[in-house]
Design a protein. Structure first.
Length: 264
């Protein structure tokens, strides 16, 4: 059975920064030094493998001679469908996460894109989502066209004038509740600026989302398989604090206030 992708599509701001670094003749080593990073650390951030901290984004924008809000709001230059992540970027943590997922019942097949979209819409209308990700009011299901068995599941976030547009890209094999909730947990983790893609904070969100939609037994089975792979779950209070901090930092960077419900 195929795994899902590493869920780290290169963010638009990183594409813009990469282009400007080249256009302005900056050396990667000097950019990394200005951000207080190693060259590998800079490469990881520009490839979408690691989320940058607020201070790093500010330093990068300053080096490029632009406001950080301009950098964060940058659009992809080329229109069209976002490209899936490169499976060559899978880490050991990614692989262990997918191994854990492969050992749990994924739930009944949702079948069509329309039925999967209805499942996503119901999830976004639930109490859990209202507490943990109220700023995301729509996630579009993409059926990946005439996808083959090898096409992964993944999610994307593209900046637009009003914030971000979210989508989950789900070939037919992936249209099952556990996989759909996996991708939605990544969307919910968006404000956690320093969270690893499949780290303890993501795992907590995924397991709790499974608990709401599939019940406590399914959630306990998933949590057990994650722990069997050496992957822990963050405490809910820790995730809530990280989320509040991330939203405050993003609002400050973008020059906006923070509103809406927050998970406690």
């Amino acid at each position: 059975m195929p795994t899902d992708a590493p869920d780290r599509p290169t963010p638009p701001w990183a594409l813009t920064a990469t282009r400007l670094i080249s256009e302005r003749g900056l050396r990667r080593a000097e950019v990394a030094d200005a951000l207080g990073l190693s060259p590998r650390g800079l490469a990881d951030r520009l490839a979408g493998r690691t989320r940058p901290f607020t201070g790093e984004l500010k330093a990068l924008a300053r080096l490029l001679g632009m406001e950080v809000a301009e950098l964060l709001a940058a659009q992809l230059d080329a229109p069209g469908r976002p490209a899936p992540p490169d499976l060559a970027l899978l880490t050991d943590r990614d692989r262990r996460t997918y191994q854990a997922q492969s050992r749990v019942p994924l739930g009944p097949a949702l079948g069509t894109v329309r039925a999967t979209q209805a499942y996503v819409d119901d999830t976004l209308a639930g109490d859990w989502w209202a507490s943990w990700a109220p700023e995301v009011t729509e996630v579009v299901v993409d059926g990946c066209g005439r996808a083959t068995h090898e096409v992964p599941a993944w999610h994307s976030r593209v900046a637009d004038g009003d914030g971000h547009r979210y989508a989950v890209h789900l070939p037919r094999w992936a249209r099952r509740p556990v996989v759909v909730l996996h991708e939605l947990a990544h969307v919910a983790a968006g404000p956690l600026l320093a969270a690893r893609a499949h780290g303890p904070q993501f795992a907590r969100l995924w397991v709790d989302l499974v608990a709401e939609r599939m019940g406590p037994e399914a959630a306990a089975r998933l949590a057990g398989e994650l722990r069997a792979e050496g992957l822990g779950l963050a405490a809910r209070a820790e995730v809530a604090r990280a989320r509040r901090q991330g939203r405050r930092e993003m609002a400050r960077l973008m020059g906006r206030g923070v509103g809406g419900r927050q998970a406690g």
